[in-house]
Design a protein around this ligand. Structure first.
Ligand SMILES: C[S@@+](CC[C@H](N)C(=O)[O-])C[C@H]1O[C@@H](n2cnc3c(N)ncnc32)[C@H](O)[C@@H]1O
Length: 445
């Protein structure tokens, strides 16, 4: 078994510091691991796992920093902040893997490193703080803090979810901390479900066919997608079951005119093209250049031919396409994405409560645009991967209250009913997929 060394504190401190500036953080990690000659080695795997644990625990680690040094970590020297985060992870949370270490040596090596890369004063400060970290005992003050430490979620988020879900909230928190299965969707323009199942079974995977979307398959990770010939040929794509259900609910048909308002990186766009058997047109909008690039690659790889891409704010879609032109509109709105926390450990400390209102306003404006685009009897699916009511039922209710040219179309038979009748919600703790909300609306005139 690998034994953590003093140098590993330094390497991870450097990764965290670089990750402040370089995004995505995997690039920062790669650069530093390359510098220390550990890229691709077993040390790489171990330190990568520790790095992700730090990211998942970041809010709790920062609380300890506040306790120990008395100020918010964001106002500390960035090198010191990174070193303290790593030290807390190793000495408070990974005690059993670091008890063999000579703590005096760790303290000296890291302090010397900090003095070199920044200022001797910073090294000294670390040296003095070290003991308080090594002897720190993590004890929750109240029930919310117990949940915060146990499930690694911000206190405000815990309070809000308890308000929404009551006792059940703890089940959701547990689900956020379970390793999710890999979920893929077969591209029926290029392959059959059987072909992909056989391929995965030959690779030793136990495959489960989704009971909600029959072209979705699930299996335990890890899985190296780049090494899979079928994946590279676009015969299947990575997509969560809850995400794949969106296109099925909207039900675009061959030769229809479809608008995908927030399309990149294209998971739903290509699924809709598939359901349309590559006939008709999909106008796909997004503002994010990088995500649109990924979308172009995906479209090509999957053999999709009917997508027209617009790099622009979808709230201007009517100016480009005109009113009442669409049979179907997909609005997979930008959202806090908290329904995906189990897949994205870094996200939990980045979601900001004060952002919810701002994002709900954008969702409301996009939904109004989507309805303006619809022909009479045309349909729009409003969906998000957020669990907050403010981004889901509240947005739909607001629009329904203000407009008399649109009505809800009942959705049933999938997952659970939402907090607004005839809408649907997928919950990670109940349905073994990401959190999702769906409302289907129809233009009446
Ligand atoms: C939930 S993601 C879409 C995922 C995509 N539908 C899929 O299935 O792969 C939301 C997208 O909305 C985009 N977005 C945010 N604000 C936008 C705006 N004003 N107009 C168009 N797209 C926007 C983001 O760049 C992001 O790609």
């Amino acid at each position: 078994m690998y034994r953590i060394k003093e140098r590993d504190f330094v390497i991870l401190t450097e990764v965290l510091r670089k990750a402040d500036e370089i995004k995505p953080s995997q690039y920062a990690k790669r650069m530093v691991f390359e510098k220390y000659n550990i890229l691709g080695t077993h040390i790489d795997r171990i330190l990568t796992a520790v790095y992700y644990k730090i990211m998942k625990r970041l809010g709790v680690i920062d609380k300890i920093i506040r306790d120990v040094v008395g100020v918010h970590p964001n106002i500390l020297d960035p090198w010191l902040r990174s070193a303290l985060r790593v030290t807390i992870e190793f000495l408070v949370f990974e005690k059993k893997y670091t008890k063999h270490l000579d703590k005096e040596r760790v303290k000296k090596v890291v302090a010397d490193f900090l003095s070199n890369v920044t200022h001797p004063y910073v090294g000294m400060y670390y040296f003095e703080t070290f003991e308080r970290i090594a002897s720190y005992k993590l004890e929750p003050k109240d029930e919310i803090e117990r949940l915060e430490f146990e499930y690694l979620l911000p206190a405000w988020y815990i309070r809000k979810m308890k308000e929404l879900l009551g006792e059940e909230a703890e089940e959701l928190f547990k689900a956020f901390n379970r390793e999710p299965m890999i979920s893929i969707r077969v591209n029926t323009l290029k392959a059959t479900v059987k072909e992909v199942i056989d391929h995965l079974r030959r690779q030793g995977k136990e495959v489960i066919v989704s009971s909600v979307v029959p072209t979705v398959l699930k299996f335990e990770g890890p899985y190296d997608f780049d090494k899979s010939k079928l994946y590279r040929k676009g015969k299947f794509v990575v997509q969560e079951e809850a995400s794949a259900l969106a296109s099925i609910l909207l039900d675009p048909k061959p030769n229809e005119t479809v608008v995908d308002l927030c399309a990149a990186p294209g998971g739903k766009t290509i699924h809709m093209a598939e359901l349309m058997r590559n006939r008709g047109v999909i106008h796909a909008f997004d503002v994010d250049e990088l995500r649109l690039k990924r979308m172009e690659e995906l479209i090509k790889r999957c053999g999709v031919k009917i997508v027209k891409i617009y790099k622009m704010d979808a709230r201007k879609a009517v100016d480009v396409l005109g009113e009442s032109i669409a049979d179907k509109v997909m609005l997979d709105a930008p959202c806090t994405s908290d329904g995906t926390l189990m897949k994205n450990p870094e996200l939990r400390w980045r979601i900001r409560e004060e952002k919810i209102e701002e994002i709900a306003q954008l969702q409301y404006e996009l939904l109004n645009t989507g309805i303006d685009l619809l022909k009479p009897k045309g349909r729009i699916l409003y969906c998000t991967c957020s669990i907050f009511r403010e981004e889901n039922e509240d947005v739909v209710e607001r629009v329904l209250k203000e407009r008399d040219d649109v009505k809800l179309v009942p959705l049933e038979g999938y997952y659970s009913e939402g907090f607004l009748k005839v809408t649907i919600r997928a919950f990670p703790h109940k349905h073994n997929t990401i959190g999702f909300f769906y409302a289907l609306l129809e233009k009446t005139e």
